[in-house]
Design a protein around this ligand. Structure first.
Ligand code: ADP
Length: 258
């Protein structure tokens, strides 16, 4: 009887501990929902006044400003553009990380996505003296997903590679089939990311501690968006990097059924 009593006592303690843990998880989930809701609402509310500001700045710019006013105008325009980028990224992150936000899937050929993205970064890469190498396996590289989101996923990785690779370096984009997946790699010979920094890389607002990377402007939202988009396409993103040598991001997405 003593032993049974002891077992019962132990079971009760475990049950109470489990219940406490569940309550903490529920509370964290509620906080997380509240945070997402707050971010989505705030960024939505900020969008309209920002459009008013940028529209009026444009009108003001056409008024023939003197040199000093021109400087103020340029500073305000830069600030507004930056704010618009943060708000747009926040809205996108809220959308793609919300499980209830539906993903409309159509067959997307990743070779078209690579083409779109390459076109966008080509001139920046050239003006920085970077080599862009593209190697795509023959045949379609089809996945089921949202073209706009997949453009953003790859666009963020490739524009980071260009941004964080010093002049004279190389950015290489490869894509191939691997059994039931399509694997896209974005590799650069840039600054690299320390092991410590790799741990937080995909969290919103994360920026590395590397001073050379911090001198580039950024919001720390790009990779959080990348991770959320990959996740909702049933894929994943992995990173391999060595400080001072370069970084490779690997995106794995399930191939569209033939
Ligand atoms: P952002 O570039 O706007 O700061 P991201 O979420 O895209 O935000 O990236 C987070 C951080 O990860 C960056 O601040 C940068 O320090 C680091 N990072 C991302 N991509 C690379 C890369 N290819 N090489 C080196 N560091 C990178």
């Amino acid at each position: 009887a003593l032993e049974i009593g002891h077992d019962l006592g132990a079971a009760l303690t475990t049950a109470r501990a489990l219940e406490r843990e569940r309550a903490v998880v529920r509370e964290l989930q509620q906080l997380d929902d509240y945070r997402s809701h707050l971010i989505a609402t705030l960024s939505h509310e900020l969008r309209t006044p920002l459009t008013v500001i940028s529209g009026n700045l444009e009108l003001l710019g056409a008024h023939g400003l003197d040199a000093e006013a021109e400087r103020f105008h340029a500073a305000m325009t830069r600030g507004t553009l930056r704010m618009q980028k943060v708000v747009d990224d926040l809205l996108l992150l809220a959308r793609v990380s919300h499980p209830q936000h539906p993903l409309v899937r159509t067959p997307v050929d990743l070779r078209a996505v690579v083409d779109d993205v390459t076109m966008l970064v080509e001139s920046t890469a050239r003006s920085k003296g970077l080599t862009l190498a593209i190697e795509l396996e023959d045949g379609p590289l089809l996945v089921l997903g949202d073209l706009g989101e997949l453009d953003r996923l790859l666009g963020n990785l490739v524009s980071n590679a260009v941004k964080y690779t010093p002049a004279g370096g190389q950015v290489r984009i490869t894509a191939r089939r691997d059994e039931d997946d399509v694997v896209v790699r974005v590799a650069d010979t840039g600054l690299g990311i320390s092991e410590e920094d790799q741990a937080g890389l995909f969290s919103a607002f994360f920026r590395t501690t590397n001073p050379a990377a911090l001198s580039e402007s950024g919001t720390g939202l790009g990779l959080a968006i990348v991770a959320s988009i990959a996740e909702r396409h049933a894929g994943r993103v992995d990173v391999e990097s060595r400080l001072g040598e370069g970084t490779t991001f690997t995106v794995t997405l399930p191939v569209a059924g033939e």
